[in-house]
Design a protein around this ligand. Structure first.
Ligand code: HEC
Length: 461
């Protein structure tokens, strides 16, 4: 169960995680892709026959590695901790389930991460100080361990969308950890890993273009042409493989979740629930634009490539990443852990128990003053609806319910509580769980938001 006192007005708790994690994904996938970029670029320079060109290339690379160290070591690390902070507060129950299942996964991840941070620091501080061959080896150590951080975290992220039937078979028995590997290598593991690898390569190229754009075309014309072109090529794997990998990924997504996407496609004209489809379109359009713009502005005209061009590509990539992560979250609705735990922290098999004993009965987080119907309703709203809705901001219940009177609002909450199997809301909203009294309390609280007493009185007059 979630903490019923944690409410983020207007933005909603989901976006707290969302903003931190989109930022984090942009940087951490750069850390993985860039981890390969650095030793490959260094090896390329070592093999050059023209010594002046090679030296200039190395100098540029050393500068880029400083930028890399700052971006990944500072912003990547801090935002990673931020994610833990945010998920612990917004999804305590799901976070606890993940820790119970994957504690060793995370332990492994952190070891890799420690080696990753150490090796990139060593890599940066030993330019020109140790034997070039040894320096290159440090770069390779970085590349391998940073790849493995992705390898591990991908298992945990994809598990949440599709835990797989083996894990679901033992969920709740206390033996979940015995099926660690099947939960880890769940149905969407491989397509998702390959997709993310493509994104990592693209981000390596895009961030490298930021460094490359700052090379002066007049004094270092050849260097600029070479570095910009070489970096732009890092977007090619995405361009070639992404559509296929994306198709494979969707094939592996459980059909109940895929239905959310087709629901959007089917109704795209009428706009019933097309958010996820619209977002999917944004991904396709922005990704295509990134590739097109990089080809024309960077690859074709490397000399005129400026920092503003590079920043424009970075912003487009940010939009594409954001849209990608957003639709991954949306695909998972109404669950935070597929088929097992609803987004609001209620375990699927517990719903009946909660209907009998009441939603707040076992909540240690409700203050003693939650004794009026209004304050109980508020706690239920925060606990059961707050992970997806706010009152007046993102996906606002005051607006979504506007135009309904109190009987009508009660009927809606009741409907979510009874929840006939054929209700279309099943596809993205969990049932409202609790006693009859809980239904009334929530309905009263929502009614007070939609029809504040003053408006109700005015209407009566
Ligand atoms: C898993 C996330 C999630 C949870 C939890 C959730 N909802 Fe929703 N709800 C949605 C989504 C997604 C929509 C569709 C929003 C849209 O069309 O913009 C929605 C739509 C609605 C609508 C508008 C329905 C319509 O047909 O216009 C209402 C009213 C609503 N929710 C009430 C609630 C209440 C009350 C709760 C708590 C008991 C709740 N929701 C919990 C995800 C959720």
């Amino acid at each position: 169960m979630n903490y019923p006192f944690w409410e983020i007005p207007y933005l909603g708790s989901g976006w707290v995680i969302g903003i931190i994690s989109i930022f984090h994904v942009m940087i951490s996938q750069f850390a993985v892709g860039g981890g390969l970029y650095l030793p490959l670029a260094e090896r390329k320079a070592m093999r050059m026959t023209d010594r002046t060109a090679a030296d200039a290339w190395m100098k540029q690379l050393a500068g880029h590695s400083k930028f890399f160290l700052k971006v990944t070591g500072i912003y990547g690390t801090v935002s990673g901790v931020g994610i833990w902070f945010a998920i612990g507060l917004t999804h305590p129950e799901a976070t606890s389930t993940l820790i119970h299942n994957f504690v060793f996964g995370w332990a492994i991840e952190w070891i890799f991460f420690l080696v990753e941070m150490t090796s990139i620091a060593v890599y940066y501080y030993t330019w020109d100080r140790i034997d070039p061959k040894l320096h290159l080896k440090v770069g390779w150590v970085y590349a391998v361990v940073s790849f493995f951080t992705l390898f591990i975290i991908n298992g945990i992220l994809t598990f949440m969308l599709a835990p797989g039937s083996t894990w679901l078979g033992v969920a709740g028995t206390g033996h979940e950890a015995s099926v660690f590997w099947s939960a880890f290598f769940n149905p969407t593991y491989w397509p998702s890993l390959l997709l993310r690898c493509c994104v990592c390569a693209s981000l390596a190229g895009i961030w490298a273009l930021i460094s490359a754009s700052r090379i002066d075309s007049d004094s270092a014309r050849n260097l600029k042409i070479a570095v910009v072109r070489w970096s732009a090529k890092w977007l090619a794997p995405s361009f070639l493989a992404m559509p296929f990998l994306f198709g494979w990924y969707l094939l592996m997504v459980p059909s109940s979740q895929r239905a959310l996407l087709t629901l959007g496609v089917d109704t795209i004209g009428t706009g019933t629930f097309s958010v996820i489809t619209r977002v999917a379109l944004i991904i396709v359009i922005t990704s295509a634009t990134v590739v097109g713009v990089t080809y024309y502005l960077a690859y074709r005209n490397p000399e005129d490539f400026t920092l503003s061009h590079a920043l424009a590509i970075l912003v487009l990539a940010l939009v594409a990443t954001g849209a990608g992560e957003y639709s991954r979250e949306m695909l998972r609705k109404p669950y935070v852990i597929g088929q097992w735990m609803y987004s609001n922290g209620v375990r699927v098999p517990d719903a009946i128990k909660i209907d009998q004993r009441g939603y707040l009965a076992k909540s240690n987080w409700v203050w003693n003053n939650a004794d009026t119907s209004y304050s109980r309703g508020e706690a239920i709203f925060r606990g059961e609806c707050g992970s997806c809705h706010t009152l007046h901001g993102y996906r606002p219940l005051a607006t979504l319910l506007s135009g309904r009177d109190s009987a009508n609002i009660r009927a809606f909450v009741s409907m979510l509580h009874e929840y006939k199997p054929d209700s279309p809301y099943h596809r993205f909203m969990p049932p409202m769980v609790g006693t009859r009294q809980d239904v009334d309390d929530l309905a009263n609280f929502l009614n007070a938001q939609v029809n504040p007493p003053a408006t109700a009185i005015a209407a009566q007059r």
